[in-house]
Design a protein around this ligand. Structure first.
Ligand code: ATP
Length: 213
């Protein structure tokens, strides 16, 4: 089973790294791939450019050999749709089950993703807890028809993912880190220390980019 963790990583922080590693361990994933997007479809242009985001990600993950950086979205033209990424991963790893790992905030917005229902024909989705997003409010975040599609797929039992190739939505507890890239960008602009939120080498790289601008 391969875990896929997509994001803008603008910049990467421990709120990405620690929950993703915890899922790798809990599901005994054979690979964990971080997939930085080139053009995020649902948000404004990133603060750092794609090359800077990638360099910071590479610095941050030097001490995490368990995480592979997958550059396929950076190399692909147009908006970075996850459904296209999963199709391409399926071609590369036809015998593997794919697990898309997303935070609860991203899950609450998933119906706006391009061909969102098709994602579940290609992978399982692993939804990780994130501070401020309550697992008990899932139903409130979807309209009726969408919830009818989602509800039968929900599970909290990791074993369910081995029983079928795709189509389950696993709610998974992970270490809670109350941090976002937005907070890091705002702290940096105020000159505040951000070293507790990301690996030291990545902080150094980030400060260099700030000084260059
Ligand atoms: P921003 O603040 O710029 O929106 P972000 O910190 O939310 O960024 P993204 O790159 O947008 O990071 O998110 C990538 C993925 O990481 C998403 O699935 C998101 O839910 C998850 N994620 C980000 N921060 C955390 C966190 N602190 N805990 C759990 N999941 C997180």
């Amino acid at each position: 089973m391969i875990g896929i963790f997509g994001g803008t990583f603008d910049p990467v922080h421990y709120g990405h790294i620690k929950p993703a590693l915890s899922v790798k361990q809990a599901l005994n994933l054979s690979q964990l791939r971080f997939v930085p997007n080139r053009l995020p479809p649902h948000r404004a242009e990133p603060w750092l450019n794609a090359e800077q985001r990638l360099l910071i990600l590479q610095s941050a993950l030097k001490d995490y050999p368990d995480i592979i950086i997958d550059e396929r979205e950076l190399k692909r033209e147009g908006p970075s749709y996850m459904v296209d990424t999963l199709v391409s991963l399926k071609q590369d790893f036809p015998a593997e089950t794919l697990c898309l790992i997303i935070g609860m905030d991203a899950f609450f917005g998933i119906t706006s993703w391009f061909k969102w229902q098709s994602l579940l024909d290609l992978c399982h989705i692993v939804v990780t807890q994130r501070p401020g997003f309550d697992v008990n409010t899932i139903e409130e975040h979807f309209d009726n028809n969408d919830y009818l599609f989602i509800a039968p797929r929900l599970t909290t039992d990791t074993r369910e993912l081995s029983k079928q190739e795709c189509g389950k939505i696993l709610l998974q507890s992970v270490p809670q880190l109350d941090i976002s890239a937005t907070q890091i960008r705002s702290s940096l602009l105020k000159g505040e220390d951000i070293s507790q939120w990301m690996p030291e080498q990545a902080c150094v790289q980030l400060r260099e980019f700030m000084n260059d601008n």
